[in-house]
Design a protein. Structure first.
Length: 266
């Protein structure tokens, strides 16, 4: 299905199941199919699950406009309103978690709880902040973002449950890093640390000890700032945690939802 934003961009989205809603938000260059294992698991639990592709990515329309976190946040707000969703659980990965951070700042009443998968609240390393993205700093990020990181995002590869569907859409709807560099430039500069400190909603951080991008201690820092945040560090997985170790991820999601009384049926 497609939804047209107020600036005329068609976003591809899917709705699975019924029950209380959970929206899954992918990262930079991501595809909604990365969530295949979570869609299956959560719909079996009785939830309604919504996935979508960001503008200029996946099955969504290619466009040169709106390449900012602010606009991507507006996109999910518009989609939520169109689907008559006024309260939701968000499960987010990488840049998708920065959209969650922004939603906590601009529309906190929408969010019942949130799960953050391997995304530091600030991506630029400084003398007193070692939890940025790889070697990015305020001085070098403009040049560094032009380089595709020469790393493996997983340790053991994507789960077979996910790999088939994900490989298909990657071939059919290729991602252009070059045409999204303006979005990446905007994304890496944003600092969500103050949002984290004052947030009152339950949040869970799932970090990867072997992430090629982030020092996993960013999750420990977040927990130390706010007792509403719980942090789990998983070993033997890379950045794409939910697709590499879906069973472990799904168990954590289930526990967090039930612990915070976000039940499939109200």
């Amino acid at each position: 299905m497609f939804f047209k934003t107020d600036d005329g961009v068609k976003l591809n989205y899917h709705i699975y199941g019924s029950g209380r809603p959970i929206i899954l938000i992918a990262g930079f260059g991501g595809y909604q199919e990365i969530w295949t294992a979570q869609v299956d698991y959560l719909t079996h639990m009785g939830y309604q699950v919504i996935t979508y592709d960001h503008r200029n990515m996946g099955r969504s329309e290619r466009t040169s406009k709106g390449h900012t976190l602010k606009r991507l946040t507006e996109d999910i707000l518009e989609l939520s309103a169109a689907l008559d969703i006024s309260s939701v659980a968000l499960i987010t990965h990488s840049m998708g978690s920065s959209i969650l951070y922004n939603l906590l700042a601009v529309k906190p009443e929408l969010i019942k709880l949130g799960i953050i998968i391997d995304q530091s609240p600030y991506m630029l390393n400084t003398a007193d902040w070692p939890y940025g993205f790889m070697n990015y700093t305020p001085d070098n990020f403009v040049s560094e973002i032009k380089k595709t990181p020469q790393v493996h995002e997983t340790i053991n590869g994507i789960s077979s449950q996910v790999a088939g569907k994900l490989s298909f859409v990657k071939v059919k709807y290729p991602f252009s890093r070059k045409s999204n560099l303006d979005l990446l430039r905007d994304h890496v500069q944003l600092d969500w640390r103050e949002v984290i400190k004052r947030e009152k909603r339950p949040l869970m951080v799932i970090a990867a000890k072997s992430s090629p991008y982030y020092d996993w201690h960013f999750g420990q820092w977040m927990k130390a700032q706010n007792d509403k945040i719980e942090t789990v560090v998983l070993e033997n997985t890379g950045h794409d945690i939910m697709a590499e170790v879906p069973q472990r991820t799904n168990q954590l999601i289930r526990h967090f939802l039930l612990k915070n009384r976000y039940l499939a049926r109200e």
